[in-house]
Design a protein around this ligand. Structure first.
Ligand code: ATP
Length: 333
C-alpha cells in the first residue's frame, strides 16, 4: 500500500477570520463543565472558510465536547459558537442546515444497505426524491461505496462505515463538515481510505476534524489547533508550525535483501556513525536507522560516502524535521 494521501498543493491556510459572519466556525469563550470536570475552558477559535482544519488533542482533551457544543447537541456552560454565520449554541434549528456531523462512534441500522441508509437521511432532511437520488449516486461514488451500495451495512469494514458516515454528513451539501475522530478506530488501510476521501471533499467546503493522530492531521490539513486538558494550546498553519522546527535528523531504511551485508551493517555502521562530530545520536529499530544530527550541512556531505564505504544496502534515506508528534509532545508535556 502506498503512503497516506498528502495535500501537497496549496497548504497555505486562508487568513484567520475575525467575526462569526466571515468564519466557517467561530467560537468565543466556549466552555463546558461536567460536575467537577472542566471539559472545555474558554475556547476562542476562528476557522477560515475552505480550510481543512485539524483539531488535535489526546484522549480526554475535550474534542468531543467541543464538537457536540458546535453541533448544538450539548449546551455550553458559557460562551457562544457560530457555524457559517449562524449561532449553533442558541437552539436555532435553522443552523442545522449549515453543517454535516459525523459523531465519534456513529451508529447505523445494520440491516439497511448503504443506499437505503443515505436515502433515509435524505428523507429526514426532506430532500425531494429526484434531487435525493442524484445526491446519493454522487455520494456513493465519492465515498468509493458504489459497488457496495446494495450490501448491508452490518457487513462493512470500519473504513467503509466511516466513509458512509462522511457521506451521510454531506447530504444536503452543507458548507461545513464536523468530523469527530473519523480515523481513530481504523487500521492503516481504513485510515488511508478515509483521509483520501477527506482530501477529495475539501476545497470549497470547510472540513473540521478532530484526531489524536498527528500523522493524519499533518497529511491532510492546512491548519491545526491543539487542545490540551480543555484549553487551547496553539493555532497554526501546519506548514508554518513545521517550519519552526528545522531538519534535525536523517532516517535510513536498509534493504531486507541486503542479507549478510545488512545483517552486520547496523552494528558496524552505527558505531562508525557514533564517532562522527556531526552526529548527535543513533537509534536503530529493525531495518530503520534514525540519526539525530548536530551539523546538517556536514551530515549531508558525509553520509552518502560513508554508506558507500561501509556497504549497507539502503532502500531509502530521508532528511526529516521533527514530526508533529515530537512537537506535540514538547508542547503538552
Ligand atoms: P476522546 O478522544 O477520549 O474522546 P476527547 O478529547 O473527545 O477525548 P471529551 O470526550 O470531550 O474528550 O472529554 C473531555 C473531558 O470531559 C473528559 O475528562 C471526560 O471524562 C469529560 N466528560 C465528557 N463528557 C462527559 C459527560 N457527559 N459527563 C461527565 N464528564 C464528561
Amino acid at each position: 500500500m502506498s503512503r497516506s494521501p498528502r495535500r501537497t498543493e496549496n497548504r497555505t491556510p486562508p487568513p484567520a477570520p475575525d467575526s462569526p459572519e466571515t468564519a466557517a466556525i467561530f467560537c468565543r469563550g466556549l466552555s463546558k463543565q461536567y460536575g467537577e470536570v472542566r471539559a472545555l475552558d474558554g475556547l476562542d477559535l476562528a476557522v477560515p472558510r475552505g480550510s481543512v482544519f485539524g483539531f488535535l488533542g489526546r484522549n480526554g482533551a475535550g474534542k468531543t465536547t467541543t464538537m457536540r457544543l458546535l453541533a448544538g447537541l450539548a449546551f455550553p456552560s458559557a460562551g457562544r459558537a457560530w457555524i457559517d454565520g449562524m449561532e449553533t449554541t442558541s437552539a436555532n434549528r435553522l443552523a442545522r442546515s449549515r453543517f454535516g456531523y459525523l459523531p465519534q462512534s456513529p451508529a447505523f441500522y445494520n440491516w439497511m444497505t448503504a443506499r437505503e441508509y443515505l436515502d433515509y437521511v435524505g428523507r429526514i432532511q426532506e430532500i425531494a426524491p429526484d434531487a435525493r437520488q442524484r445526491q446519493i449516486d454522487e455520494l456513493l461514488e465519492l465515498s468509493g461505496l458504489k459497488e457496495a451500495s446494495r450490501r448491508k451495512v452490518g457487513g462493512f469494514s470500519g473504513g467503509m462505515i466511516q466513509r458512509l458516515g462522511i457521506a451521510q454528513a454531506l447530504i444536503g451539501n452543507p458548507p461545513v463538515l464536523l468530523l469527530d475522530e473519523p480515523t481513530s478506530s481504523l487500521d492503516p488501510a481504513g485510515r488511508y481510505e478515509v483521509l483520501e476521501m477527506i482530501t477529495r471533499i475539501s476545497g470549497s467546503r470547510t472540513v473540521f476534524f478532530s484526531s489524536h493522530i498527528l500523522n493524519d492531521i499533518e497529511r491532510v490539513c492546512d491548519s491545526l489547533a491543539v487542545l490540551h486538558k480543555g484549553r487551547l494550546l496553539l493555532v497554526s498553519g501546519v506548514e508554518a508550525l513545521l517550519a519552526q522546527y528545522p531538519v534535525d535528523a536523517v532516517e535510513l531504511e536498509l534493504d531486507p535483501s541486503g542479507g549478510e551485508t545488512n545483517a552486520g551493517a547496523p552494528a558496524a555502521f552505527t558505531s562508525a556513525l557514533q564517532n562522527l562530530p556531526w552526529v548527535a545520536s543513533v537509534k536503530t529499530e529493525g531495518r530503520l536507522i534514525r540519526i539525530m544530527v548536530k551539523n546538517v550541512p556536514d551530515g549531508k556531505r558525509e553520509l552518502v560516502p560513508l554508506i558507500a564505504k561501509l556497504g549497507p544496502t539502503v532502500n531509502r534515506y530521508e532528511w526529516i524535521r521533527p514530526s508533529l508528534e515530537d512537537i506535540f509532545l514538547q508542547m503538552s508535556s
